[in-house]
Design a protein around this ligand. Structure first.
Ligand SMILES: Cc1cc2nc3c(=O)[nH]c(=O)nc-3n(C[C@H](O)[C@H](O)[C@H](O)COP(=O)(O)O)c2cc1C
Length: 416
């Protein structure tokens, strides 16, 4: 009878053998086996996720991660790098994923969950799903069908879509493809006339809510982007005119008709509560603040009657604070009263979404995963990404004993 230590030693040898196998070089398993030789085998060793084995069609995907390597193959390295990048050491980017491990679900039993209702009401608008398409810029850089493909996919699952200031398709055309009003995300800049122009144009085109992004106050070192740009042999100037700030923005539909003289950049380094209130006064749309991360700011937003906030660290790409949004959520819910709180950054699984909803978020926005689907397969890719997230959320709700969103309650989540 071999002793425990013999067994561990032989498992270690087996893993080291696997790690050295030419078949596995470069696979996730090789890295795992090399780093953790003394750990007992994991089911993953029987079906390692090999980054060179790409799915051939959206229906082959078993989770959202399957799309990213296909996108990486399809799109220019610089565009992929822009999507993937965080900032500096990408600590916040990783924290967004690791944060979910600090929360566990406490499921309830003997609840009829044979039917699950995931419908929600966001500021007076009804949707079939609490999963939101987050605003991300320049969809045509990932697929020729751009924002319209994303809109049509959002329509299939009846998801709220938030369109970026940096979108390559107009709000009007996106609404036509979506078949329902969308929200407009605003980079307010430091020039009030530009912000005013954008919200008035968005309102005229049919957007119902403006989400003012408040977390882009400074510069950022997107190291993964800059490294991958060096692998790109294309001449970026063919598509990106960076000769001036006005020239770099002119191609974005929302800037049409705006006076860009004196515009330094799209960041809002001078953003104050008064500036946000002036924007609110310039539109009839509801106003949500995107990028709130401290309870003090959530409290001010609630006290000043803002229509909602999005707890977001921009997917780890606005600063390198190191804190995940899921860890930030509770302190914000505690002071927000009836003001709706939404969240994004790092959500990849139905259980991630269920945890945030149970903790009090009204909706959860997704960024990169739908871009992976878009870059990989266009509209069908985005559709499948959203479908997988819906399926996972539905299963998570059933397993938690929650037949509808209102049944996801704080007692179902425990912080460890
Ligand atoms: C490629 C890319 C572009 C983005 N562009 C914008 C933008 O134009 N405006 C904005 O407010 N947020 C933007 N974001 C942030 C997203 O709205 C969202 O906060 C973030 O992607 C959520 O994190 P996740 O990607 O981990 O899901 C962008 C994110 C990515 C990945």
């Amino acid at each position: 009878m071999p002793s425990d230590s013999d067994q561990i030693a032989s498992r270690r040898k087996f893993l080291q053998f696997l790690a050295a196998s030419p078949l596995l070089v470069g696979s996730d398993l090789a890295a795992w086996a090399a780093e953790t030789p003394s750990r007992l085998p994991d089911p993953m060793i029987w079906s390692p996720r090999a980054l060179d084995k790409l799915i051939a069609s959206p229906k082959d995907a078993i989770n959202v991660f399957d799309f990213e390597p296909v996108m990486q193959k399809n799109v220019p390295p610089a565009h992929f790098g822009y999507m993937a990048s965080g900032i500096d050491d990408e600590v916040t980017l990783r924290a967004n994923r690791e944060g979910f491990l600090k929360y566990q679900i406490r499921p309830r039993r003997m609840v009829d969950v044979s039917k699950v209702d995931m419908s929600v009401d966001f500021l007076g608008m009804k949707f079939d799903s609490p999963i939101i398409v987050a605003p991300t810029g320049g969809h045509r850089g990932y697929h020729a069908d751009g924002e319209s493909a994303v809109a049509r996919a959002a329509k299939t699952g009846d998801h709220l879509q938030i369109l970026s200031t940096q979108a390559t398709t107009s709000i009007k055309d996106t609404i036509a493809a979506r078949g329902k009003p969308i929200w407009f995300q605003l980079y307010a800049t430091n020039k009030f006339e530009v912000a005013k122009h954008h919200v008035q144009s968005a309102e005229a085109q049919g957007a119902t809510v403006v989400a003012i992004t408040v977390d882009r106050s400074g510069g950022r070192n997107q190291e993964t982007l800059f490294r991958l740009m060096k692998n790109d042999t294309r001449d970026c100037k063919q598509c990106h005119d960076n000769s001036s700030m006005a020239a770099s923005q002119r191609s974005k539909p929302i800037y049409e008709g705006a006076d860009l003289s004196g515009l330094q950049n799209i960041q809002s380094s001078a953003m104050t509560w008064d500036y946000a209130k002036r924007i609110r006064d310039a539109t009839k749309m509801k106003v949500v603040l995107k990028g709130i991360l401290a309870w003090e700011d959530a409290k001010i937003a609630a006290e000043n009657g803002f229509d909602g906030i999005i707890v977001s660290n921009h997917g780890g790409r606005s600063d390198e604070a190191g804190r995940s949004t899921i860890e930030t959520l509770q302190e914000i819910i505690e002071v927000s009263g009836s003001m709706p709180v939404f969240i994004d950054s790092g959500f990849r699984r139905g259980t991630d979404i269920a945890k945030a909803l149970a903790m009090g978020a009204r909706g959860v926005a997704i960024g990169r995963p739908y871009l992976w689907g878009l870059g990989a397969f266009g509209q069908p890719g985005v559709e499948r990404v959203l479908e997988l997230l819906r399926l996972e959320l539905r299963a998570a709700m059933q397993q938690a004993g929650a037949p509808s969103i209102k049944h996801l309650v704080p007692a179902m989540v425990r912080h460890v």
